[in-house]
Write a protein that binds this ligand. Structure first.
Ligand code: NAP
Ligand code: GCO
Length: 263
């Protein structure tokens, strides 16, 4: 019997903020599994450049501009997607920002912006996509990009950790409310990955770079492609009885106290 547990043929997948980094890698993985890919971003120039990259790499993508924090823009964008591509079956709430500022120095506007994009945005997208899934009685998959900071704090990332901790609990709550509609809501919790977002931490000689290498049992930064299996799993029938879970893809870092520097 053909094993179609991971087959996404006929599905429409929306990945927010997927012009590069983790979002692009996960979008390509879902496309490789048969899904039609819809890529969102807030920046038209970056989205146009990303489309060219996807196409050059052999992927057809549909691109839509909207700010995930702006509910009217999101509603309009989802309506267009439904008309031009098809209703969204799989949503990856990937768009996000981080501001690394000591709490005592962080202004409230910056704190609020991180919460707005990293937590309120996924709420808006999830609510509007779920409404369509429920209206169609289609069921569906929602995947929220959580973080190690959904579990741990570290200096300078109070807003981000608050948002990602909240996103973990939003994931569990929506999983509870929407199970009756056959909508599975899960999270992916990447460890430390080499993307534009962490580039400042990986600059030559930055102490954090050595710290992460030593603190991660796999002794390396994650590569965006390391997330592809988790994304396909949580987007496919293989996870139909999995909901409210955060799947950590972290090289073992959350499992380990770490080792003494001279070990
Ligand atoms: P990234 O390089 O910062 O990319 C984030 C994307 O989100 C960008 O394309 C950005 O667009 C977009 N975006 C920002 N605000 C938006 C808005 N209001 N509406 C729509 N799009 C918006 O991030 P990444 O490293 O690929 O990570 C992707 C996700 O995984 C994020 O949620 C991040 O918090 C999370 N994560 C990352 C790591 C890591 O180590 N890299 C680990 C754990 C979790 P512009 O470029 O046009 O601004
Ligand atoms: C930081 C990093 C992390 C990663 C990721 C870890 O400044 O600590 O940016 O927050 O982005 O979220 O899982």
């Amino acid at each position: 019997m053909k094993n179609n547990l991971f087959d996404l043929t006929g599905k429409v997948a929306l990945v927010t903020g997927a012009t590069h980094g983790l979002g692009m890698s996960m979008a390509k993985a879902l496309a490789d599994s048969g899904a039609k890919i819809v890529v969102n971003d807030i920046n038209p120039e970056k989205l146009a450049a990303a489309k060219a990259t996807y196409n050059a790499d052999g992927y057809e993508v549909f691109t839509y501009i909207f700010d995930v924090t702006n509910e009217p823009q999101v509603i309009e964008g989802l309506d267009l997607i439904a008309k031009e591509v098809g209703p969204v079956d799989i949503l990856i709430n990937n768009a996000g920002i981080i501001k690394r500022v000591p709490a005592l120095e962080m202004n409230v506007e910056d704190f609020r912006q991180v919460i707005d994009i990293d937590l309120v945005g996924p709420f808006i997208l999830s609510k509007q996509v779920a409404r369509g899934m429920i209206a169609r009685n289609s069921g569906g998959k929602i995947i929220n990009m959580c973080s190690m900071m959904s579990e741990l704090g570290r200096e300078t990332v109070s807003a981000y950790a608050s948002a990602k901790g909240g996103l973990k609990m939003l994931t569990k709550n929506l999983a509870t409310e929407w199970a009756k509609f056959n909508i599975q809501v899960n999270g992916i919790g990447p460890g430390y990955f080499a993307t534009a977002q962490t580039a400042p931490l990986r600059e030559a000689g930055h102490p954090f770079n050595d710290f992460i290498i030593s603190r991660t049992p796999a002794a390396r930064w994650g590569s965006p492609d390391d997330l592809q299996g988790a994304a396909i799993f949580l987007a496919s029938h293989a996870s139909d009885f999995v909901s409210g879970q955060i799947l950590y893809v972290d090289g073992g870092i959350l499992a380990s106290l770490g080792k003494a520097s001279n070990e």
